[in-house]
Every structure is written in C-alpha cells, then in structure tokens.
Design a protein around this ligand. Structure first.
Ligand code: UD1
Ligand code: CA
Length: 458
C-alpha cells in the first residue's frame, strides 16, 4: 500500500495584499505550508507533492532542503481538480484500491495528523471527505446526501440551488481517494460550471457513478480546517492556535498568568510547576525544568533552563542554557553560547555571549561578557567589560574560580585572571592577573583648586 499526499498551494492569495506567496505567511512563527508538510510527514507517505503556481519559485526556494517533497507546477490555475491533475505524474502506486492519495491545502495549516489518520481509516478503499457542520455554511461546497444518508456529490456554493444552500454540512476540501481511480476521475471532470473551473469536488459524483463508496469524517477540533485567505483570518487562526497550545500546557500542569497573553512559536517542554507570566514569546525549542519561573515580557528562544531557575521581567534569551537555581534578569540578555552554572546570577543590563558563567558566580549589573570562561564563585563588578574584539578578531577571557572583579573594569582579551585574584575598581587589564593578589592600574587622583567651570558665552 502506498500513500501520496498532494498539497494544493498554487493559489494567489490576493486578499493577503502581499508580495509573499500566501502559503509562506507564518502561523506560530512557521510558514503555513511548513505546518501542512509537518503533519503530512507524520503519516509517513511515499510522496508529498506540492502543487505550486503563484510565486512558485519563492515557495520552492523556501522548501528546497526538504527532500521528501516534489513540486508540480500549475500554471495557469484552472481550479482544484486541475491542480491535482498536475500532481498526477508524481503519484506512486494505483494498482490496488489500497493505494491512496490524500489532498491537503497549503492554506489550511492546522489540520492534525490524528484527524488525517481517521480520514484515511474512514476511506475503506473508497473515497473519504473531511466535512464539517457549520452554522453559516455560505461560500463552502455543500455535502449532498441521499435518503439513505450516503454522500452522493458536492455542490459548490456558487452552483448550488436554494435547497442545497440550506445544507449545513460543508466540504473542508480535504479528501482521500484510491490513487488509480482518482487519476481516472480527474480525466473525466469538466469545467462546465459557474466558475469555468475544474473542480476536484466533482470526483465525488463520479465515484458514486462507479459504485465506489464515499464516506465522511470530521475534524476533532474546528480550528483544524480553518483556511487563511486574509490577514484577518491569519490573525484569528494564530490566536486560536495559541489558545490551543496554552490549553495543552495548562492541562500539563504549567501555570500561565494569562493564557491569552502567551505565544509559542516552536516547542516548549515543561517540568512540574513551571510558572510563565504574561507577554512572553517562546521560539525554537525551549525546555524548562521543574519549578522554573519566567517573569513578564521575556523572549526565550532555543533555551534550556534547569530546575528552579528564575528569569525576571524583560529578559531576552537566545541559544543559552542554565543549570538549576540560576537567576536571570530583569533586563538580561543571553546571546548564543551562554552557559550558566547552578545558582549563577545575571542581573540587569548584563549581556553574555559565548560565555560560561560558573556555579555561584554573579554578574549583577551593567556588563558585557563575551568569549569568556568564568569559574565558580566569581563576582563580576558593575560595568565590567570584556574587550574581546579588536575590530577583526575575537579573543578569549579566562577568569578562574573565586576571583573578585571590581567595578568598571576592562579585560583586554586574550587575558587570564588567575584563581582568587582581585582586580581593583577601574582596572584595565592587559596582562594576566596573578592568583590571590590584588591587581590595579593606578590612576593618580588630583584636585585642582583654581579650576573653574566653563561659563556660557553671551
Ligand atoms: C474549495 C472547495 C469547496 C470547499 C472549500 C473549502 C473545490 C472546487 N471547492 O473551494 O468545496 O468548501 O475549498 O475551503 O475544490 N488551488 C490551487 N489551484 C487552483 C485553485 C485552487 O492550487 O487552480 C488551491 C488554493 O491555493 C487553495 C485551495 O486550492 O489552497 C482551495 O482553493 P480555493 O480557490 O480557495 O477553493 P474554494 O473556492 O474556496
Ligand atoms: Ca478557499
């Protein structure tokens, strides 16, 4: 048995008012088409064929590195049936009724693999359509059933008569069909309708003509089949999906100060009793261990935090890890390559990049620590700066255990501060500082008695 998945993505998306092809617009930080492809891949198909047309080059370029995908070009676009016809040369199998082709839409991003599994299970060697019952079905294709309740055809809103328009069961567009027969039906559909298009939906009546059973399945959640045609629908679906993600976290035992002010654009793995305050954005892959506390308005991207670590308000963390009980922020910036040891503290207006701050070490105020390896129990005074860059190359700073660095110190890398050393406030360190010794760069203090402040010229 082989499974093909065809994703229709050739439409223009005129109402998005954008130069970007519609399916490249994002939902939860990821292009809509990527959501569909990810769900498709969970079904482990033999082929995924994306039908592209408008903005084809941009769409292909965006997914060039995913090797399971084939692209079929539909140019110009003569309807959904015509779109699937363009994918036919790429379809595998078709000799047995078990060989399946599943049609998805690139602008219906949130359909879940579990729902698609159910649709495939409902097919029973025939055709299965994913349908929904809507209070307001206007605009959708209607599912027409006979007295026995069997689906006999789908009629588009524009082609439907008044009785048919009363039907509340609509076509979501997603369907599964036997590959061999699908090819045959696609060759038989006409564009004899109000839009002059080749409708994929016309294969239903052909299947019934050929005595093939047509079944229907429904999505588990209504947001799964919502399509995006405008920025308004994109924004609405974003909120629906964020609410769903928030709900899943709440169910898993995470506290969200306000589920309506929570954004996850990636994956978030949480231990027990994690607290997340309002307005935070999580991106990439984030892991928060037991008891982690995230203060309000933080951006957390590709980060792993150990148990009991606290991130205070307005902190920005990217590609960083912290061990347990670390304290970060408020207003901290952890840039890629930051590693904090247990109980390390990074305070306000402190920026770390490619820096290891050891266990029980503190950099609490106004510092830049870049390309630095800092040991345990080190105190970094306010205003300490690693001068790691000469304009061309980057250099390492090494600060060993139990060092005390006075305020407003510059460490001109490459440089090492040995174990237990103390640097006086205002030191400009250009050579290594010996262990257990006070190092300072004396500046003579003087006071000028006869000096006068400048006065404003008249
Ligand atoms: C389609 C269905 C309708 C269903 C509705 C659900 C048909 C004839 N109608 O109508 O029954 O209720 O979806 O939203 O199938 N596309 C192409 N090439 C084309 C035309 C469309 O790739 O030539 C793609 C579009 O980019 C889009 C999808 O197919 O992703 C659906 O096209 P759209 O024009 O929105 O179909 P509807 O008229 O809404
Ligand atoms: Ca549509």
């Amino acid at each position: 048995m082989s499974l093909n998945i065809v994703i229709l993505a050739a439409g223009m998306g005129k109402r998005m008012q954008s130069d970007l092809p519609k399916v490249l617009h994002t939902l939860a930080g990821k292009p809509m088409l990527a959501h569909v492809i990810d769900s498709a891949r969970q079904l482990e198909p033999s082929r995924i064929v994306v039908v592209v047309g408008h903005g084809a080059e941009k769409v292909k370029a965006a997914f060039a590195n995913i090797d399971v995908i084939e692209f079929a070009l539909q140019q110009p676009q003569h309807g959904t049936g015509h779109a699937v016809q363009q994918a036919v040369p790429f379809l595998v199998g078709g000799d047995t009724p078990a060989d399946t082709t599943l049609v998805l839409y690139g602008d219906v991003p949130l359909v879940q693999a579990s729902t698609l599994q159910r649709l495939l299970a409902a097919r029973e060697q025939g055709v299965a359509v994913l349908t929904e019952t809507l209070a307001d079905p206007a605009g959708y294709g209607r599912i027409i059933r006979n007295e026995a309740g069997h689906v006999t055809r789908i009629v588009e809103h524009k082609d439907a008569n008044d009785t048919e328009r009363q039907v509340n069961e609509v076509n979501t567009g997603i369907l599964a069909a036997p590959t061999g027969q699908l090819k045959n039906w696609l060759g038989r559909i006409t564009n004899n309708n109000s839009q002059g298009e080749y409708y994929l939906t016309d294969i239903i009546a052909l299947a019934v003509q050929d005595s093939v059973t047509v079944s229907a399945a429904q999505p588990a959640s209504p947001w799964e089949t919502l399509g995006v045609n405008s920025r308004i629908q994109q924004a609405q679906l974003e909120r629906a999906w964020q609410a769903e993600q928030a709900k899943r976290l709440l169910e898993a035992g995470v506290t969200l100060a306000d589920p309506a002010r929570f954004d996850l654009r990636g994956t978030l793995k949480c231990g027990r009793d994690v607290f997340i305050d309002v307005g935070c954005v999580f991106e990439g892959h984030v892991e928060l261990a037991d008891g982690v506390h995230i203060g309000p308005h933080c951006v957390v991207r590709d980060v792993k935090l150990g148990a009991g670590t606290r991130v205070e308000a307005f902190s920005h963390l990217h590609d960083a890890v912290a061990a347990e009980q670390a304290v970060i922020g408020p207003y901290a910036r952890l840039r890629p390559g930051t590693q904090l040891g247990a109980n390390a503290h990074v305070g306000n207006f402190v920026e770390l990049k490619k820096t290891i701050l050891g266990a029980n070490s503190k950099a609490n105020h106004l510092s830049y620590l870049g390309d630095a390896q800092i040991g345990q129990r080190v105190n970094i005074g306010a205003g300490t700066i690693t001068c790691n860059y000469d304009g061309v190359n980057k250099f390492q700073t090494v600060i060993e255990d139990d060092v005390f660095i006075g305020s407003d110190t510059q460490l001109v890398a490459p440089v090492t501060v040995h174990k237990g050393a103390t640097l006086a406030a205002g030191t400009t360190l250009v050579r290594e500082a010996p262990a257990d010794t006070l190092t300072l760069t004396p500046k003579k203090q003087e006071s000028k008695q006869n000096w006068q402040r400048p006065v404003k010229k008249a």
